[in-house]
Design a protein around this ligand. Structure first.
Ligand code: ADP
Ligand code: MG
Length: 291
């Protein structure tokens, strides 16, 4: 049976923007030793905007952007939506491209006319011609904390887009509070090393791991669990669901995807990361009363 102190703490949480899907999660969270946090949509606002758009010499900006946005317009990925919006804002009309294939964690493939397009991270579009972009422009953009996305066809790189997603205003404070509570913080992201480093520094996390695929996020969680015993995970995306399920306590952002909300044990109803520390304090206080 559920203890009165647990009930009162759960209702206390609810008043403070925390939804606990059971007393056991409230009990566990106070002894959390480490917490993994997703980058996009969790530490950042999850609303990337295109800041740079660079097209290969000799190609027409508008026609390249029209094709690229037409491909992205069929994906729900935040980067895809941002690129689509960038084109729409320029008055471009997109047309659905048949046979497009979403490859989670990597990008999108589509056949346009007689050409096969790939859009996504450099290792996904993977062409030798990416050298100049990859080593030059893209590293400058990534060092500015921007996510760099490439478009290529059979002949090589066609264009590069850079997108910036702001770190949530309260992220740094939330991380500081977790550190004061003795919790080690690790950012996990599918983004590249350079971009990840800038965002990790901004948010002030203890450690970060870049280039994660959804299944590598799970592997990292299992490693953390064997090292720390009690580990939390905060995320918002479809990609985060397997890791949320693996953690001792899975925590979803309230504005996250349905899958994340369903999988998580705790929901941050107002998307406030600092509420995690509040939950820890509430749990510690309750466990003192119950025991
Ligand atoms: P994160 O873990 O940061 O939320 P994802 O795992 O969703 O990132 O994606 C990792 C990387 O794959 C992105 O940074 C981007 O380079 C590429 N990517 C994935 N999906 C798309 C897409 N629809 N359009 C463009 N690039 C994409
Ligand atoms: Mg995310």
């Amino acid at each position: 049976s559920i203890m009165p102190a647990t009930l009162s703490a759960i209702s206390n949480g609810a008043k403070n923007g925390l939804l606990f899907k059971g007393g056991v999660h409230l009990e566990n969270i106070g002894s959390m030793k480490a917490i993994a946090l997703d980058k996009t949509g969790t530490l950042t606002q999850g609303k990337p905007e295109v800041t740079d758009f660079i097209v290969r010499d000799g190609m027409d900006d508008i026609s390249v952007l029209t094709t690229w946005a037409s491909i992205e317009s069929q994906s729900t990925h935040p980067l895809a939506q941002a690129i689509t919006k960038f084109a729409l804002d320029k008055g471009i009309v997109t047309t659905p491209i048949p046979n497009m294939k979403d490859v989670p964690g990597w990008g999108i493939e589509a056949t346009v006319g007689s050409k096969k397009w790939k859009v996504g991270k450099p290792s996904f579009v993977g062409t030798e011609a990416s050298k100049e972009f990859h080593d030059g422009i893209s590293s400058i953009l990534a060092d500015q904390g921007k996510t760099v996305v490439f478009a290529a066809d059979d002949e090589g790189i066609i264009a590069v887009a850079a997108l910036r997603d702001q770190v949530r205003l309260e992220a740094k404070e939330a991380i500081t509070l977790l550190r004061e509570s003795g919790v080690y913080t690790i950012m996990l992201t599918g983004d590249n090393e350079r971009t990840a480093k800038v965002i990790a520094d901004d948010a002030g996390v203890d450690h970060y791991i870049a280039e994660c695929l959804p299944e590598t996020k799970v592997t990292h969680l299992k490693e953390l669990l064997s090292k720390y015993g009690n580990v939390g995970m905060v995320g918002d995306g479809i990609n985060d669901a397997p890791a949320l399920a693996t953690a001792t306590t899975g925590i979803a952002m309230g504005e996250g995807t349905d899958v994340a909300l369903e999988t998580a044990d705790v929901v941050l109803m107002k998307n406030e990361l600092a509420r995690i520390n509040y939950a820890i304090q509430l749990s510690r206080k309750m466990n003192r009363i119950v025991k």
